[in-house]
Design a protein around this ligand. Structure first.
Ligand code: NAD
Length: 412
């Protein structure tokens, strides 16, 4: 059994705080390092800012001293293990942006003066640990650190699978590094799967999310075709889903969002270009997924009529049900499309109080219509006194909401 380890976890967001919680529950000491003052002060006061991560574990561990939080990388210097869990977004040209990872690696290099096990959990293209992180850390600290990668698979809002029961892939730049990381993860994960290299682990993560990205593109396109043929797509998907093998359900919607699914395939695509290759599947799925907000806007106009001057409430602006994360949310281009058509648009989301500098609007004002993009479990339309409620969801919360994607509009 692995004894208590001292972990420094860089980045205390969705991924970093989930690992923090699991490590604390396994009896390790954690120093959370985050550059956001509000994240640091919130955690220090014992409060979790991530839905699904309990206040009680955080508060208890802060009080006992097992969990410390800082904005200073210097606090990582006495850790046994450093885990990196910071954002790897796209830049404003749509290309991978490793600047935060680069800055974290440089900062670590400046403070790590004794050998550590350094594990990257941030998602990036194969080669990132070997070619980007290691040289930057080593340049500053010139120590014999062990480098491993364990791409995080957390699915925020998923009540069935969490850090403990989701199998974890681990690769290393050396066998020693991989085995040390495997031992750590075995202290709080049920199943740990060592792989032969860091690049295998990095590529496996990108393949998982590219698989999802492409299949969502496929169902989005298929739903458009079914709609034009006058065949209800939801019934088709349900019928196809009765096959007990060789089929996995995906659902169309107004687009694709979040920090992972729309982003990770682009990391793979850009890396492939360096090898003279390009993925046609990724390019095509991106095109289809990106046109969905426009398609749904047109479907709304087909069903409702002209929306010029109409007061529209868009409901559910996070990128999926039961989480408050609005990163890359397709609600944004959808709202822009509605505005381009002359609609006056407000939004409501029971999990999001402010977004894009605007506050959440109540459902009880006078609206002409509503479009429900994401139906959170706690969503209530009580007090609605406007016109029709449309939805892009397949699993409709209320039968009187009018579907916009699965619809036999050719028959009308
Ligand atoms: N959110 C998910 O569902 C999910 C799932 C699997 C993998 N990932 C990957 O995990 C990584 C982290 O994503 P996340 O969702 O946890 O991000 P996040 O935005 O929720 O959290 C990142 C945290 O890092 C902090 N931070 C940013 N730059 C920093 C720096 N230089 N030094 C210290 N702290 C810094 C931010 O203040 C923030 O609190 C990304 O690579 C992402 O692709 C995310």
């Amino acid at each position: 059994m692995l004894g208590q380890m001292r972990l420094a976890i860089i980045g205390q967001g969705y991924v970093g705080l989930a690992i923090t919680e699991s490590a604390l529950l396994a009896g390790h000491h954690v120093t959370g390092i985050d550059k956001s003052p509000s994240v640091v002060s919130g955690l220090r006061s014992g409060k979790s800012h991530i839905k699904g991560i309990s206040h009680s574990v955080i508060a208890k561990s802060i009080n006992s001293g097992d969990f410390e939080v800082s904005d200073s990388y210097a606090q990582a210097s006495d850790a046994d293990v450093v885990v990196i869990a910071i954002p790897t977004p796209l830049d404003n040209t749509g290309s991978p942006d490793l600047s935060l990872l680069v800055s974290a690696a440089k900062s670590l290099g400046e403070v790590l003066k004794t050998p550590k096990l350094i594990i990257n959990e941030s998602t990036s293209y194969p080669g990132t640990l070997r070619e980007v992180i290691k040289p930057l850390v080593d340049e500053g600290s010139s120590q014999n650190h062990l480098y491993a990668i364990s791409p995080e698979r957390v699915d925020p809002g998923n009540r069935s699978y969490g850090v403990k029961n989701t199998p974890r892939i681990v690769g290393g730049l050396t066998d020693q590094a991989r085995d040390a990381a495997v031992a750590l993860y075995k202290s709080f994960c049920d199943e740990v799967i060592p792989v032969s290299s860091a690049e295998v682990a990095e590529a496996a993560k990108l393949f998982e999310n590219t698989f999802r990205f492409i299949n969502i593109g496929l169902v989005n396109e298929f739903a458009e075709i079914m709609s034009a043929m006058g065949i209800p797509a939801d019934e088709v998907f349900e019928a196809a889903g009765s096959k007990p093998y060789g089929f996995m359900p995906f659902h169309p919607n107004v687009g694709i969002g979040g920090h992972c699914i729309p982003v990770d395939p682009i990391y793979l695509q850009e890396r492939a270009k360096e090898f003279g290759l390009t993925s046609k599947y990724i390019a095509l799925s991106q095109e289809i997924n990106h046109r969905m907000p426009k398609y749904v806007t047109q479907r709304l106009i087909d069903e409702y009529g002209d929306i010029k001057g109409k007061k529209v409430l868009v409901v559910g602006v996070s990128y999926k049900a039961d989480i408050s994360d609005t990163r890359e949310s397709p609600a944004e281009p959808f709202i822009e499309n509605l505005k381009t058509q002359g609609a006056v648009v407000l939004w409501h989301d029971p999990l999001v109080s402010s977004w894009r500098g605007e506050s959440c609007s109540p459902v009880s004002e006078d609206y002409d219509l509503a479009v429900v993009l994401v139906a959170h479990s706690n969503l209530s339309m009580n007090g609605w006194r406007g016109g029709p409620i449309f939805t892009t969801n397949f699993n409709q919360k209320y039968p009187d909401w009018k579907p916009l994607i699965s619809i036999e509009h050719k028959k009308k």
